[in-house]
Design a protein around this ligand. Structure first.
Ligand SMILES: NC(=O)c1ccc[n+]([C@@H]2O[C@H](COP(=O)([O-])OP(=O)(O)OC[C@H]3O[C@@H](n4cnc5c(N)ncnc54)[C@H](OP(=O)(O)O)[C@@H]3O)[C@@H](O)[C@H]2O)c1
Length: 339
């Protein structure tokens, strides 16, 4: 484990942004890898590593199949020697029904799944509500990401083979912005309202805190889920979360005028999406050391104090319970994860 503390200051951020990260070189022969949000940004570059490293199958999970086709063409052009079979599936995280139908297709149509990288994510400071009635960032980054993780977990576990030199892995993409979440909705943990309902309340929402807080919740959920996997699946799937670092991508396309400030900042210090995606490959192949952990700069790091402190442990349990209530009401099939 890295000696990083759970504090995230400017100096540490700058140092990490400039770090030289190891180029992924471990062959993926025989493996099936799924990447959500794989048509652009960091997800697309992770997909490129998967193709270059010659995985047997790559599943591009995308919101628009037209964008998926363009991504497939781009990947095949850049890795002409690869024998990876690339398939495209559509999924929209703004709809639980779409997530469920996508997961069912994967479970029924794909012979096996070794690695799932849940990368699709959104930063939208404006208040927008999905057809399912949830604030969009909360649904996409937290509820749908968790729902998909739970639906795919048994399928990933089927790939476990004691004598294989790799572990099946579920990788959830979080962010170093979780260190700066103010998480003011944590006050609602002990109130009838609860954390998720507080996050779903426009009157107390802070547009620019929605994204960091959603990423903090992902760290909580991954830690709880990893414990569940240890208790109920003998630890046969690695469940981990990863931060790509600040990267050039389309992530801030919804940030209004702030976009220009962010882009200037990025121009000075951001990694390319390719460099950011090295973290995904590291997390996916790191094995037991990454289980239940937060990965950044291709190493296991300490997440925020709001995760590791006693208060953080308590909040993680509460968040996990609340997410359980929402998802179980939606789909009794995931109840086992919250029993
Ligand atoms: N870039 C950074 O600096 C940075 C830093 C830390 C963490 N991250 C995390 O890295 C991940 C990838 O971000 P990125 O920077 O590559 O951003 P990006 O270029 O905006 O890519 C995001 C991907 O997520 C997809 N997506 C968004 N909403 C979706 C929905 N409702 N259903 C299905 N897919 C959806 C997008 O699809 P469309 O193209 O169809 O919109 C796109 O493929 C995110 O989880 C982000 O939070 C990024």
């Amino acid at each position: 484990m890295s000696t990083q503390s759970g504090k995230f200051g400017v100096r540490r951020f700058m140092k990490e942004q400039k770090a030289v990260l190891p180029y992924p070189d471990r062959p993926l022969n025989g493996l099936t890898v799924l990447v959500t949000g794989a048509n652009t940004g960091v997800g697309l570059e992770a997909a490129r590593h998967v193709v270059r490293l010659n995985a047997a199958n790559l599943i591009l999970a995308v919101r628009s199949t037209t964008k998926g086709e363009a991504a497939r063409e781009d990947l095949m052009k850049s890795c002409p020697q690869s024998t990876t079979n690339i398939s495209i599936y559509s999924v929209d995280y703004c709809s639980f029904a779409s997530v469920k139908s996508f997961a069912e297709k994967i479970i029924n149509e794909v012979p096996k799944l070794d690695i799932a990288i849940l990368n699709a994510g959104l930063n939208a400071p404006e208040w927008r509500v999905t057809g399912d009635g949830w604030e969009e960032v909360l649904q996409v980054n937290v509820l749908s990401t968790t729902y998909l993780a739970l639906l795919l977990l048994p399928k990933i576990r089927e790939s476990y083979n004691k004598s294989a030199d790799h572990m099946p892995a579920l990788v959830v993409v979080t962010s170093d912005t979780h260190y700066v979440s103010s998480f003011k909705q944590k006050k609602a943990a002990d109130q009838k309202l609860g954390i998720l309902n507080a996050m779903n309340d426009k009157a107390i929402s802070d547009g620019f805190d929605k994204y960091p807080t959603s990423k903090l919740l992902e760290v909580y959920i991954v830690r709880q889920l990893a414990n569940w996997v240890d208790r109920n699946m003998q630890g046969e799937v690695i469940v981990t979360c990863v931060n790509p670092g600040l990267c050039h991508s389309d992530l801030n396309r919804n940030s209004g005028l702030v976009y220009y400030g962010l882009e200037f900042f990025k121009w000075v210090i951001a990694r390319t999406s390719e460099v950011g995606s090295r973290n995904y490959m590291w997390a996916a192949l790191a094995g037991r050391q990454a289980h239940g952990q937060y990965v950044g700069s291709c190493e296991v790091q300490k997440p925020a104090v709001l995760v590791t402190s006693e208060e953080g442990e308590r909040l993680a349990i509460k968040v996990y319970q609340e997410v359980g209530q929402v998802l179980t009401a939606l789909d009794g099939g995931v109840e086992q994860y919250f029993a």
